[in-house]
Write a protein that binds this ligand. Structure first.
Ligand SMILES: Nc1ccn([C@@H]2O[C@H](COP(=O)(O)OP(=O)(O)OP(=O)(O)O)[C@@H](O)[C@H]2O)c(=O)n1
Ligand SMILES: C[C@](O)(CO)[C@H](O)COP(=O)(O)O
Length: 227
């Protein structure tokens, strides 16, 4: 049995990146000479040798992924599946491609700066508790909109949620048998709706999600200082 034989990562990259506003979806844009998605996949392949990777792509861009895979020097175990209408459906498709049991990371393909330390932290917590959701403190002042007014919110009670959201497969797979609900913005919300407890783990502010053009500029600076 190879190292991490019972470990999986579902990398979701099935979105269209409307907020980025580019013709090519943001997961395929260049970051430090390689597609954004390449860095996200490589982070898991490097941190967890032998991991089974499930890459979720827009159905009409699956052939385009060959270009990314060719960029890999190392051999990786990778299965490609088509995405769905929402992120929830894409994750569901990815989880359905897993037949074994173990630990599964669910990671945004557009979080290319995920560190090995964070991956290992999530793994250990999920092994112990069944779930691990990386979060960072809210560092700005916050206001809640109330109609035309607004009021301050106690930021010490708030956390910003990241991926990889990490689970034992026997915990997360049954949760994804629920019907879709628009409130399911991440796996933690799906798990909680199935009646299971969510366990938080310390995230990493560098693990940014590339959503807008500014994020790509910041990531370009960070990647040169981190790796
Ligand atoms: N139907 C979808 C929607 C999103 N995602 C993935 O989920 C991650 C986080 O979503 P987000 O940043 O919102 O990506 P997009 O949906 O592509 O962006 P936008 O909302 O701006 O269109 C991304 O890696 C995206 O590709 C997916 O796999 N399938
Ligand atoms: C899962 C997630 O990355 C947590 O921050 C995020 O909710 C997904 O991004 P979206 O922009 O809400 O689709």
């Amino acid at each position: 049995m190879s190292t991490n034989e019972n470990t999986y990562a579902v990398i979701v990259a099935g979105g269209q990146g409307t907020r980025m506003g580019t013709a090519l979806p943001k997961q395929f844009l260049d970051l430090d000479g390689k597609p954004v998605l390449y860095h996200s996949i490589k982070a898991f392949a490097d941190a967890m040798p032998g991991i089974h990777l499930i890459l979720v792509l827009p159905a009409h861009q699956i052939s385009y992924a060959q270009m990314i895979l060719q960029a890999f020097e190392q051999r990786i175990d990778l299965t490609i599946v088509a995405g769905g209408e929402t992120r929830f459906h894409s994750v569901q498709n990815g989880l359905n491609a897993i037949s074994g049991e173990g630990i599964v990371f669910i990671h945004d393909g557009v979080r290319p700066l995920v560190s090995a330390a964070l991956i290992h932290r999530c793994y250990e917590m999920a092994l112990e508790k069944g779930s691990a959701i990386p979060v960072t403190p809210a560092i700005d002042s916050m206001r809640m909109i109330k109609g035309t007014d607004s009021e301050p919110v106690d930021r010490t009670q708030l956390r910003i949620v990241q991926t990889p959201q990490t689970f034992r497969t026997d915990v997360i797979k049954p949760a994804f048998e629920q019907s879709y609900n628009a409130a399911f913005t991440d796996e933690a919300s799906v798990l909680e709706a199935s009646g299971k407890k969510v366990y938080l783990v310390e995230g990493d502010r560098s693990n940014l999600k590339i959503t807008t053009p500014e994020d790509l500029l910041i990531a370009e600076v960070l990647i040169k200082s981190m790796f």
